[in-house]
Design a protein around this ligand. Structure first.
Ligand SMILES: [Fe+2]
Ligand SMILES: [Fe+2]
Length: 356
């Protein structure tokens, strides 16, 4: 993208009312997400964006989505429902755990921004509740959503959301003056969960639905979610940059925490225990294909970009990216051993198939 086309994309994302977000591509949202890492962005400008970018779950119309969902192939529905459930768990978990970070934030501007983020996360949870109930016909909230996809599918991501996140935030609550615990909380929440796990899920779901022009209610709402997440990730990077600028040794704290979380995070994304409903991606129509290798490279380079923007050195960010690549390879091989099948990503790696 040229500098001008980046600015155009940023404007398209930032100024679109909810009804127009269905026409905004995830590439534009990603350009905007990167724009919010720039040196001219501060917590006050993120707050102003929040004021202007309000939206209401109750304004969304899911009537076409109900029909479209039934028309998608069953295997695609199953893969999508897994990703959507991961988001549902994630949104509820982050809504429930963000308060200690606000309480312990030492600066007023950070507490103000985090108050807006808590409201956003609550809205995202309500978005998924409504979508699951009306479109997927899974009423009864998160518990029912988890039942619907089966316990094996959720093992990996429960580790991140129910243990790592809860423990990190509990330490912040118990020790509000522990600056290191606060930084580790932001790494867990804003860098790993939002800046790594969520961005990959956003990209795959929104691309695929745009390719086929389906589920306009979900696409509009989920693009609004993604735009909110851009602000949250931008805030996380600002908060880390502030600490590293004051205490350069905090860069090491950030790096160590990321390295600790990387394996469970990659295993959440790959979920080697979960047998995929698609064995050979050549049987899937091209617009509905997801190239796991491309998604991996995108997610890991997004994470490395955010680390560099936080003030982590280039070699340390690169080391994390390279370790991430190895962890994916290990998780894919584990899948193959467990299920006695080739992982679908191999078809992309060998050039036997390509996505749109
Ligand atoms: Fe969220
Ligand atoms: Fe968020």
């Amino acid at each position: 993208m040229t500098a001008q086309s980046v600015l155009d994309a940023v404007r398209r994302v930032e100024e679109a009312p909810l009804a127009d977000l269905v026409g905004v591509s995830v590439d534009d949202v990603e350009a905007q997400m990167d724009h919010l890492l720039g040196p001219e962005i501060d917590t006050a400008s993120l707050y102003r964006r929040w004021e202007r970018q309000q939206w209401a779950v109750s304004d969304l119309d899911f009537s076409a989505d109900v029909q479209h969902w039934q028309n998608l192939p069953a295997s695609t529905r199953q893969v999508m429902q897994n990703t959507m459930t991961l988001f549902f768990i994630g949104e509820q978990a982050v809504t429930d755990t963000l308060a200690p970070l606000l309480y312990a934030a030492p600066y007023e501007d950070e507490r103000i921004f985090l108050a807006t983020q808590i409201a956003d996360e609550a809205r995202h949870t309500v978005f998924f509740q409504r979508f699951f109930e009306e479109v997927l016909e899974v009423g009864g909230g998160l518990h029912a959503a988890l039942e619907a996809i089966g316990p094996r599918a959720t093992e990996g991501f429960r580790k991140i959301f129910e243990h790592q996140l809860v423990d990190a935030m509990d330490l912040v609550r118990r020790e509000p003056h522990n600056g290191r615990a606060w930084v580790e909380g932001v790494v867990t929440y804003h860098l790993i969960i939002e800046g790594y796990l969520a961005v990959a899920g956003q990209r795959s779901l929104l691309r695929l639905l745009r390719n086929v022009g389906m589920m306009p209610g979900f696409v509009a709402g989920f693009t609004a979610v993604a735009r909110d997440e851009s602000r949250h990730i931008g805030f996380g990077v600002l908060a880390l940059r502030r600490r590293i600028a004051k205490q350069p040794e905090m860069a090491r704290v950030v790096t160590l925490k990321v390295l600790e979380l990387l394996e469970p995070a990659v295993r959440t994304a790959v979920a080697p225990d979960r047998r995929l409903p698609i064995e050979d991606p050549r049987t899937v129509p091209p617009p509905l294909r997801v190239n796991g290798q491309e998604l991996r490279d995108f997610a890991l380079s997004s994470l490395a970009k955010r680390l560099r923007a936080s003030g982590v050195s280039e070699p340390a960010a690169e080391e994390i990216r390279v370790q991430g690549v190895d962890l994916y390879e290990a998780a894919w091989s584990e899948y193959e051993r467990k299920h006695g099948l080739r992982h679908p990503v191999r078809f992309y790696q060998e050039g036997l198939v390509s996505a749109l």
